[in-house]
Write a new protein. Structure first.
Length: 272
C-alpha cells in the first residue's frame, strides 16, 4: 500500500494572506509617491513629501530611482516633477484595451487609406499633447510619433483642436503657464492671434498646424468629444506640405472632422 502523503493543491503552507507580510513596503511607498505625482500637474519635492506623508529625503531617493528608469521627469528651471514617458508606455498596455484606442483604430485606418497620410490619435496633458496611437502611411516621407511622444499644445494640430474647446479660463491659464515658444517662423507666439485662431477652429470644426512645429510638415486635426461634449482627444492626419497641398485644406479638414465624429459616436460621446 502506498502510504505517501499527497499534498493538496492550492496555496503552499507558508502562504500568509496578511497584506502587511506579502507586500514590499519600499515599493508600496514608492507607488504612493508616483500616484500622488500623477494626480498633480507638476509637483515640488516638498509638495510630494506632504502628499505622500514621507520624508523629503526618502521622496528624493525614490524620485531619483524613478528618473533613472524614465518614470518621472524634472524641469530644472522650476524643480517641478512630472510623470515620465516610461510610465505612460507601461500604462499604454492597459490603454490599448480602452474604448478610445480600440474604437479609433478602424477609423484611423480608413482615414489613412482615404487621404494617403499618417493618422494620429492624441490627448491633452496640461500644456502638451500626448500621442496614443498612429496608423502610418506607406509613403516614404512621413511623420512618426511613438506612443507617449509629447508635443507643445499651441504648435500641434491636435493640440490646437483641443485648446479651442477648453473653457476660456483654462486656455488662458495654459498659455500663461506654458508660454508660446517658437519652433519655426510660423509658430503662433502672440496670445491675441492664438485667440483669433481658436475662434476660427470652433467655427469650421478642425485645426491646422501649418509648419508651426516642424518646417515642411502640415497637420490637420479635429477634436473627439465625450458624453458631456468635452473635447477629450483628437484625431489628425500629418505629412509633408508638398503632398498635403495637392488637396484643398477644407477637403482634408472635412474628412478629419467626419472621422473625429465617428470616433465620438463610437465611444458614446456627443458630437459638437
Amino acid at each position: 500500500m502506498d502510504t505517501t502523503l499527497k499534498r493538496s493543491r492550492g496555496r503552499p503552507k507558508a502562504f500568509n494572506p496578511n497584506p502587511e507580510r506579502t507586500t514590499v513596503q519600499a515599493l508600496d511607498r514608492a507607488l504612493v509617491i508616483l500616484k500622488a505625482l500623477a494626480d498633480g500637474e507638476g509637483m515640488s519635492l516638498t509638495e510630494l513629501a506632504e502628499a505622500s506623508g514621507q520624508a523629503p529625503a526618502t521622496v528624493y531617493r525614490v524620485l531619483s530611482t524613478f528618473q533613472a528608469h524614465g518614470m518621472v521627469e524634472v524641469q530644472p528651471a522650476t524643480q517641478l516633477w512630472f510623470v515620465g514617458q516610461a510610465a505612460f508606455r507601461i500604462g499604454s498596455a492597459f490603454l490599448g484595451r480602452t474604448s478610445l484606442v480600440e474604437q479609433a483604430r478602424a477609423v484611423m485606418r480608413e482615414l489613412m487609406s482615404d487621404t494617403g497620410e499618417t493618422a494620429n490619435l492624441a490627448i491633452a496633458d496640461g500644456g502638451q499633447v500626448v500621442f496614443l496611437s498612429q496608423v502610418e502611411t506607406h509613403e516614404p516621407i512621413r511623420a512618426f510619433f511613438r506612443p507617449g511622444t509629447r508635443g507643445p499644445i499651441h504648435a500641434s494640430g491636435i493640440g490646437k483642436a483641443l485648446l479651442a474647446y477648453l473653457p476660456p479660463e483654462a486656455m488662458v491659464r495654459i498659455v500663461r503657464e506654458q508660454g508660446l515658444a517658437a519652433f519655426t517662423p510660423r509658430t503662433i507666439t502672440d496670445p491675441r492671434r492664438l485667440l483669433v485662431e481658436m475662434a476660427e477652429i470652433r467655427e469650421r470644426g478642425w485645426a491646422m498646424d501649418d509648419e508651426e512645429r516642424t518646417e515642411g510638415m502640415r497637420c490637420i486635426a479635429a477634436p473627439i468629444f465625450n458624453e458631456f461634449r468635452e473635447a477629450v482627444a483628437g484625431v489628425s492626419i500629418s505629412g509633408p506640405i508638398v503632398r498635403m497641398e495637392r488637396h484643398g485644406g477644407s477637403d482634408f479638414g472635412a474628412r478629419v472632422r467626419a472621422a473625429a465624429d465617428q470616433i465620438t459616436e463610437a465611444i458614446g460621446g456627443t458630437v459638437r
